[in-house]
Design a protein around this ligand. Sequence first.
Ligand code: ASP
Length: 586
Amino acid sequence: MFRTNTCGELRLADAGKTVTLAGWVQRVRKMGGMTFVDLRDRYGITQLVFNEEVNDALCARANKLGREDVIQIKGEVNERESKNKNLPTGEIEIIVSELTVLNASATPPFTIEDNTDGGDDIRMKYRYLDLRRACVRKNLELRHQMTMEVRRYLDSKGFLEIETPMLIGSTPEGARDFVVPSRMNPGQFYALPQSPQTLKQLLMVAGMDRYFQIVKCFRDEDLRADRQPEFTQIDCEMSFVEQEDVIALFEGMAKHLFRTIRGIELTEPFPRMPWSEAMRLYGSDKPDTRFGMEFVELMDVLKGTGEFSVFNDASYIGGICAPGCASYTRKQLDQLTDFVKRSQIGAKGLVYARVQEDGSVKSSVDKFYTQEVLLRLKETMKAVPGDLILIMSGEDVMKTRKQLCELRLEMGSRLGLRDKNKFSLLWVVDFPMFEWSEEEGRLMAMHHPFTHPKDEDIPLLDSNPAAVRADAYDMVCNGVEVGGGSIRIHDPELQDKMFKILGFTEERAQEQFGFLMNAFKYGAPPHGGLAYGLDRWVSLFAGLDSIRDCIAFPKNNSGRDVMLDAPSYIDQKQLDELNLALDLKD
Ligand code: ASP
């Protein structure tokens, strides 16, 4: 047998047993005539002991071991004199009698321990070494457990796991596609799926009824902490359902994951919030509801009631009330002002008002307003002595709300209200069907073009499409969109109309979505579904700031895999074969 036990397994009850272990040398310590080696594998660390007095030659060999050498040892389990309470195997050690070096290691570029000395770049370049660290390995173990639970839950509800192709046709709308040239079809390209959306809908036409797939999706977008060019979705679709059915089933799945993975029993139904309400109260379609600090609109109180032209010209004035922050120093307030003025947020400034101990209000715009107006401000904000009122305004309502949202999140973080071990879930519902795209100069589907409008809003499609709401829903947890979906259009005529509103000519709609429209002619059942972001779920449960840490081999912010050094140039021969006439190196 190569090994009788793993390095995380042996306990005091095993004392006296002869065992064989294999693993990596984490550390060698020499103390007097004794040498201690920490042996590591996926399961843990076991201490090995070599005694010079017992076996001089063996001990000399142990002293020569280097970090990350792969070794196999045979020895006897012994009760430790000084026990290590922090280690599950901390009560025992192995008195080694045989040592085989299976493979010596070059000196690793950083220490393979939780507190490593390696920076981000070097750890990504040597990700296979980074993955040996217990803190990183744990994220992949969690990911595995979560996918197992997802499969268990969906299987118990009658879902079929069905694979859909990775090489598909390019679909417009949504993000940019990654494309793959076809050698056998010169000049033509496949696209990698941004999601299996149309394919899962075709599976519903095929009568599969309940489908899921844990699937890679590809979007060529600018990257952020919670975005990777390839990411994994738990993609689902169901037939003969209404919005309530989909929500119930997938709320059940979220609860199942919380129960089995985190031991948290979520008994109440998740709150629902219409999109318009989320925007009004939080300036976001994915509000972090772990804390309050909701927006209060102040147009009535501050517009036209003083000489402050910024407010008098504004289309939106909103405030948040930061409890206990009236004591903020000038420096702290300047920091907040700088925060909202950063280019990522882009606000012009920040107005503040402190509620003093005596109930009076002292603000940065005192010279423009009477104390009476400021007291009305205090009242409207429901502020009490000690509170700090922060106010932002602007000419673009949505833009200003988004800026105020950033400030609210920042204040939530500063006040320690965004505890990673507290979870606040909700459904955001009634999304608008369309949003105006400045770039394209036309309406775009907010979710995607296959989303069903709310029945009662269908008459508005002709008269006022911007006011049409969709049967679309997002699940939000702690300010992160963890999933989203919609009821789909299954009527070819309605789908046709949708494409028209989105600015497709009949020919283009036919060219790009003909396969779907055609399929809908053959008895498409009413259907709907949702996709959960697996990476986001795992990072949420692991308490990570970035989804990168729960992905085995992630890409960096420029979309590069620094370990594989991809993307890379390809040979002219390969380019020629693919009928790609360009030579990018010139
Ligand atoms: N395909 C959609 C997405 O990727 C989710 C869905 O509607 O099921 O966002």
